[in-house]
Design a binder for this molecule. Structure first.
Ligand SMILES: [Zn+2]
Length: 320
């Protein structure tokens, strides 16, 4: 036993108990600014989400990350309740999302860089703040700890507003020794952001860039990011308006053939329209286990490689 553990909404869980892991989902998003941007970003029906979590568990799922950060609809009490009921281990996130998901007068925009760092650290080490807008400063925390820092870069790239937030997140990741997950998009220049984070001392093995399958049109950019030592999350699976699952499998094989098997994570990045509990025809939280894993096996991905992607790499990325 290596003694590694991750911090979940029910407390630390040793790696032996995590099982099959998906690194980026959304179980709950309170109705708020996110909903105004995209109606699929509203999920607060506890009984429905309970069904979805149970389906994931029955299919063989053990652990997942809820990637909604503080201040934009995260529901950490609900995450804890669902985890206790379903037996699925859930890591929640502090950090920040794309700025368009916050109203212009949100506290996130008025806190100094140091105050933001302290806030992220508090959520990692003491407890997360509750409520749709996260409610600091001065709010009481829930005592439920965040397990990672989730951040987001928009297509505009590293503008001054984002640089301040990323600097605060980087400082918290370094001090707490936790994973820093980054949402990237097409056009957001991920290499420039990676240099920014590395310059601030974030170890590459604690950095996860999400959506690298759909956000990097050039496979060379993906390989360059991986060559820098970070984790690449591939999460555009069962999203056929982007590309087919066979094309998604091609991306996995390209990176596996290039030797990056210890740096890959996968997930579905589910929202309301992609969960069976809301739409019975949707892919559902069990899609990776029931459909995409068999496809990867049929394309020659080995059991050992699948164990790395679905468990060992997850632990390496997210352990406390
Ligand atoms: Zn997401």
């Amino acid at each position: 036993m290596s003694g590694r553990a991750v911090i979940t909404v029910t407390g630390p869980v040793p790696e032996e108990e995590l099982g099959f892991c998906q690194s980026h989902e959304h179980l709950f998003i309170a109705k708020g600014r996110s909903f105004e941007e995209n109606p699929a970003l509203w999920m607060d029906d506890v009984s429905k989400i309970r069904q979805e979590a149970a389906r994931y568990r029955r299919a063989g799922g053990g652990t997942l990350v809820d990637a909604q950060p503080v201040g934009c609809g995260r529901m950490c009490q609900n995450l804890r309740g669902i985890s206790l009921r379903s037996g699925v281990h859930i890591l929640a996130a502090t950090g920040f999302h794309k700025l368009r998901f916050y109203p212009p007068d949100h506290w996130l925009f008025s806190l100094s860089e140091d105050a933001l760092t302290s806030l992220f650290l508090h959520e990692l080490t003491h407890g997360m703040y509750d409520g749709c807008d996260g409610a600091p400063p001065g709010a009481e925390d829930t005592g439920i700890r965040a397990g990672l820092i989730k951040t987001a870069l928009d297509a505009c790239g590293l503008t001054a507003g984002y640089a301040r937030l990323f600097a605060a997140a980087a400082a918290a990741a370094v001090e707490a020794g936790r994973a820093l997950m980054v949402h990237i998009e097409a056009g957001s220049r991920p290499m420039a952001l990676l240099r920014f984070l590395l310059d601030r001392g974030v170890p590459p093995e604690r950095i996860i860039f999400c959506h690298t399958d759909r956000a990097c049109a050039d496979p060379g950019v993906r390989r360059d990011l991986a060559a820098a030592g970070i984790f690449l999350e591939l999460d555009t699976i069962g999203r056929f308006h982007y590309h087919s699952d066979q094309e998604e499998a091609d991306i996995f094989l390209d990176l596996l053939d290039a030797g990056f098997q210890r740096q890959l994570l996968f997930s579905l990045d589910t929202t309301r329209t992609r969960l069976k509990c809301f739409h019975p025809q949707a892919v559902g939280l069990d899609y990776l286990l029931s459909v995409f894993l068999p496809l990867l096996r049929s394309r020659g991905v080995s059991q050992e490689q699948l164990a790395l992607i679905s468990h060992h790499n997850f632990v390496s990325a997210f352990h406390a």
